[in-house]
Design a protein around this ligand. Sequence first.
Ligand code: PEP
Ligand code: MG
Length: 572
Amino acid sequence: MAEKKSRGIPTSPGVAIAPAFLFVAEESSIEAVPKGTPDAEWKRLQQALGSARKEIGLLYERALERLGEEQASIFKAHQMFLADPTLLNQVESAIREGRSAAEAWKETIEEQAAMLESLNDPVFSARAVDLRDVGDRVLRIIGGQKTTADLPGEPSIIVAQELTPSQTILLPKDLVRGFCTVQGSRTSHVAILARGLGLPAVVGVPEEFLQAAKTGETMILDGEDGMVILSPSQETVANYLSRANALEKKWQEARLSGGKPAVTPDSRRIEIGANLGGGGREEALQALELGAEGIGLLRTEFLYMERYTPPDEEEQIAAYAPYIEAMAGRPIIFRTADIGGDKALPYLHLAAEANPFLGKRGLRLSLANQDLFHTQLRAILRAGANAAGIKIMFPMVASIDEVQAAKAHLEAVRRSLEDDGLPYAKNVEAGIMVEIPSAAILADVLAPEVDFFSIGTNDLSQYTMAADRTHPDVGKMADAFHPAVLRLIKQVVEAAHKAGVWVGICGELAGDSLATPVLLGLGVDELSMAPQSIPNVKAKVRAWNYSDAQTLADKVLALDRPETVRNKIKEA
Ligand code: PEP
Ligand code: MG
């Protein structure tokens, strides 16, 4: 078979050579299923229910392992639908009246889901979604179609149109060698997840590539330059094998000195943090092993997703404790939940929004849901009662009013803990994410209000360029190497330092070692990134004089576009 080459956006470094695995969910179709006698149809349904039960059982096991009981329980609920006597009686009656198993099942599920929805209660509406999900799985099984739970059984490169967070979470980590998607950008979920797992990823590949790929076909994926190749020749495979080995060697070397601090030859030290969220103790220990000096961004939203009720104070304390224990006094920045917008949470009664990224998200949502906000602030302060280094950070800040309101809530929570006589973390630094252009432009106004800034270059790029970071076509415009974004970073650092406030970067740019000399030269104090990126970034800091980095930063700020910025850095 001839070699087929294509190119996408490289979003997580490394090279993978493995069979492709097409992660596809075809539309379920009931027409294709021939009809038998009522007895045969009832039997066909029973068999499908049995298979569905097994599949969901597997999903439950995986979710339990990765997410814990609370969140895995969604799959328990899915299994309960399969055994619901009311539902099954109704399906059996329809089959005895002459319907095929597929028709009877589909009609019954639809009727029950519609009934649940008509109750106008978010919890029941979410159940309707789950019921349809289970219903669809059974229909696919009856029709002999692939179910969404079809997962690779051997080491593979996942090839997909797109991957949602809940799909990626269920992939067998140990069998995935890389990700290749048509949708997505450098800062999409799959890209962040891939970097977190230390796996190469290429997004934004042409649709034709997906159409041409077959499960089992040998594939090469180069997360450094975006190249993807199907059915490579022996010579190509040999070339990429030696490239993969060279990259691995370089990474291992950087890793060996990962424990040492990131200090330039002319003695400028940069704090190096890890971006974590969801993996608990194991994730925190791995970050330390790779050289993290703390957690620069704990994305707490993992606690709020894929469930029907918000996590209560005790559950949150239990979820934060492993991070605090593992870090043993090193800094941890707890970012309050950055939820809302495109992340629908049934228990929050969120209205659909025409522009989720411009809607009720992050701090806006916390300020509008005081109970939710206070519960989280109480949990963070209580979890950190006996620890040092606890910091709180508010996401999606656009105005000084929001900062002051957030601080007032934090103060109210401190008082409530005093009143309750509960131990809690004192001397907690409070900071904000600078990820909306207004906050960057008014950094001098906001700086006196906070203890630190952390620049979220993922959102700062999308809002500066007015380009949805997840959009398949315009997502590439949200490029943090754009001089427009870099100039904002410079402005933020200058304003912060004038006010005696330190500045970190926790967007994906911080983990891109190509950007390291520029960020160093712009004067940032801290960089926080996916743990796998730490060794290379630390090595880069050690290789650059601060003074040379400053000269480079001045030069790139005068350039006109991201490509020229990248080229200038490579030249240097
Ligand atoms: C960012 O926007 O750069 C950031 C770190 O936050 P998130 O990617 O979680 O939106
Ligand atoms: Mg953000």
